[in-house]
Design a protein around this ligand. Structure first.
Ligand code: C5J
Length: 244
């Protein structure tokens, strides 16, 4: 018989929800799946595939591919068990009215935001490059937000949406670790969410930046949050719910 790993309950408003513990750094991450969302940051073709925005900046985009299986395993579990899934997409309106000139000018890319590349206009909503890769593409009922900034709360209304659903904890996956993922996690931290970053569910074009981000997040007693491998996240859930 599967051992029940539910540890206790957390009471929010008038409802009580079972709470689990994940072995994480810098210490145990305690969360109630009913009040938790899985966040997939910018798992877009523009960052992960050749010919997109990431490649236009001179990056080796093949470095991001390993993130997909872990993200897919987590999303499958969340779908099977009714855990909310949030997808973000970094992209702009076709007229670029939501793209600050400073962002547009930044760097020395081969193409700029809005220019036409092999997957359509770079980082523009509705273009093929802005699509989320097929393995983790959203399904009906999941939240999908277009974000003009690196962080998921800036100009998106996401905080209000999560508050309305009673979400208190966020499990982060996505790309790239030190840019949109870390920015989103820090924004979440400032808004009172407890966040955990899935180590093999996030990647950077720069391995040293990923390592530094993980260290920074967990430092000083989880100053930004926690991190753990996907095996620890899924392991904590195994045997607790049907389909785990
Ligand atoms: C970047 C992102 N790296 N999604 N965006 O520009 O991390």
């Amino acid at each position: 018989m599967a051992q029940n790993k539910w540890e206790d309950t957390v009471v929010l408003g008038n409802t009580a929800a079972a709470r689990l513990t994940i072995d994480a750094l810098p210490g145990p991450f305690r969360f109630a799946p009913a009040h938790t969302a899985l966040v997939m940051i910018d798992m877009q073709r523009d960052f992960i595939e050749p010919g997109g925005f990431g490649a236009s900046l001179g990056n080796d985009v093949s470095r991001l591919a390993p993130v997909v299986p872990a993200a897919a395993a987590l999303i499958a579990w969340c779908r099977a068990n009714g855990v909310l899934v949030v997808h973000t997409k970094e992209c702009h309106r076709p007229d670029l009215s939501d793209c600050p000139p400073a962002k547009l000018r930044r760097g020395k890319p081969s193409l700029r935001i809005g220019d036409v590349g092999p997957m359509g206009r770079l980082l523009v909503a509705g273009e093929p490059g802005s699509d989320i890769v097929a393995a983790v593409a959203p399904v009906a009922g999941e939240i999908v937000i277009d974000k003009p900034g690196k962080g998921m709360f800036w100009a998106t209304g996401l905080h209000e949406t999560l508050q309305a659903r009673g979400i208190t904890h966020l499990v982060f996956t996505g790309v790239t670790t030190e840019v949109c993922v870390q920015t989103s996690m820090r924004e979440a931290n400032d808004r009172g969410y407890d966040g955990l970053l899935v180590e093999d569910g996030t990647e950077s074009y720069f391995p040293e930046f990923k390592a530094a981000t993980l260290a920074m997040i967990a430092a000083q007693g989880a100053i930004v949050g926690w991190h753990a491998p996907s095996s620890a996240v899924l392991g904590a859930l195994r045997g607790t719910l049907p389909g785990a």
